[in-house]
Design a protein around this ligand. Structure first.
Ligand code: F6P
Length: 546
């Protein structure tokens, strides 16, 4: 028996009615009607302070959203995930990134086996290896110490490590160079290696499947580069390459000794894998202790998600607010705006986490949804974004809910500069919420013809996150918060947030196309007329250049 369609549930209909009744209400009215709103609609957990008062919600909205979550089985599904049930139904897999940060004494069973000891065994091996490299004990083929680490991977095997390296650069070894190669565009590899000494370079090849075109191509390029620079002795590979994968057979086939392989498991989704061995480059950069601190931050948020009451449960609140704008206000996007330069890759990381997870058009039982799922996540650090796309958020015709993220203390204090940064954050959320009325514009002496142009309607919703400072622990908590918010949204929509079948079609077609681009003779092309013409044009240009 299939569950009633989301839109026909009593909880959804109650929310739709409530939305209609709230439609004309402004944030200004909500604040005028409740002097304590700004201190009442806040939630705290794991060092994060969330002010969600500048959202178009009332206590009734939140109560109705919580009822929806309950009716859609969010809490039961959350417990099933933590228990190790195979909630990734289309791939018949457990979804246990939470086990990657579980303390040693915890027990989490997958098919009757406690996976926590295996997790810690790999973490311990990663720590021992990282210490060796950082201490200069792990030497390259010619005996030189490793000074450069290049992580090769793509998607979930790249975005987490890149983001974490940038986010935690303050804590990283400054006498070592860390780079990341992901794109199959040869430029990525060439630019990453052009000024490096191969004798001092370690490649960490990260791929869950170890079959991904981009990663394997770059890994082969790295192998050739290394061998060419180091005199062609195959023995060099063992000193300059380690692998992170679930696929020992393919790692061996590539030529990396499985003694130099760090494993993980099929119950870790690519976009949820930065706490697994995929984070080896992060650990090499910041050291095992700081890495474990980051895991502790993730774990603390897991515990919060599991046990905090619904009214103050941060991921639940975030997920429900996202549903509210996406499904009732028709907002198509969410902007994530960190006021922290170190978080410059955080929005890009969130794009895979949120959109690969919840960009789904059918329910778990295969029925086409008749409601909007995964919103588009995007963003840039403030204040840079203020001088580019914020105009559209302030005065455009689309509703764009925003998450602002700021810290009390800068890791690089420089005069009063941090105050300037945070003043801008607070000013933006205030301006977005309350805008500027025609009367206020006129009172500034603005000529009448210019008044409409200078009016800001306000009523633009925002969440504001504040934390003490950007530490590994805080970063872990923040990422886990978004992971679980994505989970809440997917659970309400009854979709599989843990598969990614949509990515496959493009991969299959590209594989079919490669020989057609490289064939010496004119291949028979059976694509549509546009694709055929593009291929012919490309082939002609390449042939001319040869
Ligand atoms: O882009 C699709 C995807 O499967 C992601 O989910 C994954 O993170 C990425 O490719 C890389 O896959 P792998 O780690 O197997 O190389």
């Amino acid at each position: 028996m299939s569950a009633p369609s989301l839109r026909s549930t009593a909880e959804w209909r109650a929310l739709a009615r409530h939305w209609r009744s709230l439609r004309g209400t402004t944030l200004k009215q909500l604040f005028d009607g409740d002097a304590k709103r700004g201190t009442r609609l806040v939630a705290k957990g794991v060092g994060l302070y969330l002010d969600y008062s500048k959202n178009l919600v009332t206590d009734d909205t939140l109560r109705l959203l919580r009822q929806l979550a309950k009716a859609r089985g969010v809490f039961a599904r959350r417990d099933a995930m933590f228990r190790g049930d195979k909630i990734n139904e289309t791939e018949k897999r457990a979804v246990l990134h939470v086990a990657l940060r579980a303390p040693r004494n915890e027990r989490i069973l997958v098919d009757g086996t406690n996976v926590v000891p295996e997790v810690h065994e790999v973490l311990d091996r990663m720590a021992a290896f990282s210490e060796k490299v950082r201490a200069g004990e792990w030497r390259g083929h010619s005996g030189k110490r490793i000074r450069n680490v290049i992580s090769i991977g793509i998607g979930g095997s790249d975005l987490g490590p890149v983001m974490a390296y940038e986010a935690l650069k303050h804590y990283s070894r400054r006498d070592m160079t860390f780079r990341f190669v992901s794109n199959v565009d040869p430029t990525d590899f060439v630019e990453a290696t052009r000024d490096l000494d191969a004798a001092e370079t370690l490649f960490v090849v990260c791929s869950k499947t170890f079959t991904t075109l981009e990663t394997l191509t770059n890994a082969h390029a790295a192998r050739d580069w290394c061998l060419q620079k180091l005199g062609g002795n195959e023995a060099a590979v063992a000193k300059h390459f380690v692998a992170v994968s679930t696929n020992a057979k393919e790692v061996e086939k590539f030529g990396i000794d499985t003694a130099n392989m760090f494993g993980f498991w099929d119950w870790v989704g690519g976009r949820y894998s930065m706490d697994s061995a995929i984070g080896l480059s992060t650990m090499l950069a910041i050291g095992p202790e700081a890495f474990r601190d980051m895991l502790a931050g993730f774990h603390a948020m897991d515990e919060h998600f599991k046990s905090a009451p619904p009214e103050s449960n941060l991921p639940l609140l975030m997920g429900l607010i996202a549903i509210w704008y996406n499904d009732f206000f028709g907002a198509q996007t969410v902007a994530v705006l960190p006021y922290a330069q170190y978080l410059k890759r955080f929005p890009a990381y969130l794009q895979q986490l949120t959109m690969e997870s919840n960009g789904k058009h059918v329910t778990l039982s295969g029925e086409h949804v008749d409601y909007a799922t995964g919103p588009i996540y995007w963003g840039e650090p403030g204040t840079n974004g203020q001088h580019s796309f914020y105009q559209l958020i302030h005065q455009g015709t689309r509703l764009i809910p925003c998450d602002f993220i700021g810290f009390m203390h800068s890791l690089n204090p420089l005069g009063g500069q941090h105050d300037l940064l945070m003043a801008n954050l607070f000013a933006q959320t205030e301006a977005l919420a309350f805008g500027k009325t025609p009367e206020q514009v006129r009172a500034e002496g603005t000529p009448e013809w210019l008044v409409p142009h200078r009016v800001c309607e306000g009523n633009r919703p925002t969440n504001t996150f504040l934390a003490d400072s950007l530490t590994p622990h805080t970063l872990g908590a923040l990422i886990a918060l978004y992971e679980h918010s994505v989970f809440v949204q997917g659970a309400i929509w009854h979709i599989d947030s843990f598969d990614q079948w949509g990515v496959e079609l493009g991969k299959q077609l590209a594989n079919k196309l490669i020989p057609q681009l490289q064939d010496q003779n004119d291949p028979d092309l059976e694509h549509d007329s546009s694709t055929n013409a593009l291929i012919r044009r490309y082939r002609a240009a390449r042939t001319e250049a040869r």
